[in-house]
Ligand binder design. Structure first.
Ligand code: GDP
Ligand code: IMO
Ligand code: MG
Length: 423
């Protein structure tokens, strides 16, 4: 059995939860390694629709272990309410394990996320306001609270006091807001800590033991390559490394143990929040894709911006993640569009740029160069063999393969478990 990673190849919401659910049946352990409840992963099984934010999408298979790795930031209230949501629907959480090194999102992180977005005004990032950035800031500044600190209330109190020596200065003196109290935080978190305690452990050991028994781990990415703090559209990114490298540091596995890195790419592109988007469609077609594709955020309900598939972004994702295969989702949504466009390069100041620039100061001025491809009219959502797809749909898929040089091994033709072609 192999260790496999699923990574978002664009700006998130590519269908990672759905692909994880499809592929996880062959793994023994499913692990999240980055992000927090800024993620929203949809899994549809028969008539049941699950929206998961922190719990790995493998939870729907009762025999698998599901891990939340050290690279994740955890809001205990959000996690417990998600656990209760799945439990109320007959899904056990006994096999959920949480890294003792994962950092805790505290109420003041939510407050700071809100205050900082307000302070930035028109220059805001458009965050999910879940406290993600401030929690990772505290982690890197070495004043964060980790899950293991929740296990002893006296230690938690001491660490919170140390943190708040700084954070309350920030809240009151910089933002002019009211300070937060250690006692109130402890009181409000106590019942949630009690529920999580038995799940907190050394999750890297579970991964190692799984591999030693000859079994595979499936790593479920959150966010996407362009939201990566290093390889994304900085500063309009999240505060972690959702790219493949983040798996090793975010879960405690060495790089040579990884066998496959699957990039999930939508057949068009979407983005939530602020920031540049070269192939964005600010027109009727953009609205058509949004409505037909139900492109509204799972976490915040915000409408997703929609645009054409972007080849340089695709190649960038392949390069920085070492993608070995592509899962192309939502091809069904493109049925009925007469002429499809795929961006193959950009024009910038009279020059042709084939690669997605890492100099973010020029992204807003890129002019996409498009290849036009003929569309197809047929509903393709019930097709299960590649050869049965309309010729123009196959041409679209093969054009994307040629652009990136990586095989499209899975094609999503609908949101349900079996609505896909595996090649
Ligand atoms: P994630 O964050 O990457 O897991 O993706 P989201 O769940 O936020 O958004 C993807 C949406 O597309 C969800 O509503 C899925 O149910 C849906 N979806 C996934 N794959 C397909 C597909 O191939 N076709 C269609 N029509 N919907 C899909
Ligand atoms: P999944 O896992 C889409 C975006 C936010 C914002 C930026 C920073 O469902 O693909 P943050 O709250 O992380 O500080 O926000 O990142 N963002 C996502 N967009 N899908 C996600 O997750 C996202 N997680 C964060 O909209 O632009
Ligand atoms: Mg999502």
């Amino acid at each position: 059995m192999k260790n496999m990673i699923v990574i978002g190849a664009q700006w998130g919401d590519e269908g990672k939860g759905r692909i994880t659910d499809m592929l996880a049946k062959t793994a023994d352990v499913v692990a999240r390694f980055s992000g927090g409840n800024n993620a929203g992963h949809t899994v549809i099984v028969g008539k049941e629709r699950f929206e998961l934010h922190l719990i790995p999408s493998g939870i729907l298979y009762s025999e698998k272990k599901n891990l939340i790795g050290n690279g994740v930031v955890i809001n205990p209230i959000a996690l417990v309410s998600e656990m209760e949501m799945v439990e109320n629907r007959g899904v056990s959480t006994d096999n959920l394990f949480i890294s003792e090194n994962a950092h805790v999102i505290m109420p003041y992180h939510l407050l700071l996320d809100q205050l900082e977005e307000e302070r930035k005004g028109p220059n805001k990032i458009g965050t999910t306001k879940k406290g993600i950035g401030p929690a990772y800031t505290d982690k890197v500044a070495r004043r964060g609270i980790r899950m293991s600190d929740l296990l002893d209330e006296e230690i938690l109190r001491k660490k919170l006091m140390l943190n708040l020596d700084f954070t309350n200065l920030l809240i009151t003196k910089i933002y002019g807001a009211d300070p937060v109290s250690v006692d109130e935080i402890i009181e409000s978190y106590r019942p949630y800590i009690a529920k999580l305690t038995k799940h907190i452990t050394n999750t890297a050991i579970i991964i190692d033991e799984c591999n030693k028994a000859g079994k595979g781990v499936f790593f479920e990415g959150a966010q996407g390559t362009l939201l990566d703090i290093d390889y994304g559209t900085y500063p309009y990114v999240t505060s972690s490394n959702p790219t493949a490298g983040g798996v090793c540091t975010g879960s405690g596995i060495g790089p040579v143990k990884i066998d496959e890195v699957i990039g999930v790419a939508k057949a068009y592109i979407t983005r939530v929040g602020e920031g540049p988007f070269p192939t964005e469609l600010n027109n009727e077609l953009g609205s058509f894709l949004r409505e037909k594709g139900h492109e509204y955020g799972v976490t915040t309900g915000r409408p997703r911006r929609c645009g054409w598939f972007d080849g340089p972004i695709h190649r960038h994702g392949i390069r920085v993640n070492g993608l070995t295969q592509i899962a192309l989702t939502k091809l069904d949504i493109l049925s009925g569009v007469d002429t499809l466009k795929i961006c193959t390069a950009y024009k910038y100041k009279g020059e042709i740029l084939k690669d997605f620039p890492m100099n973010q100061n020029i992204i807003g001025d890129l002019e996409p160069i498009y290849e036009e491809l003929p569309g197809w009219k047929e509903d393709i959502s019930e097709i299960r063999a590649y050869a049965d797809l309309p010729e123009n749909a196959r041409r679209y898929v093969e054009f994307i393969e040629e652009l990136g040089g990586v095989k499209v091994s899975i094609i999503g033709l609908g949101p349900e478990r079996d609505q896909a072609i595996c090649r």
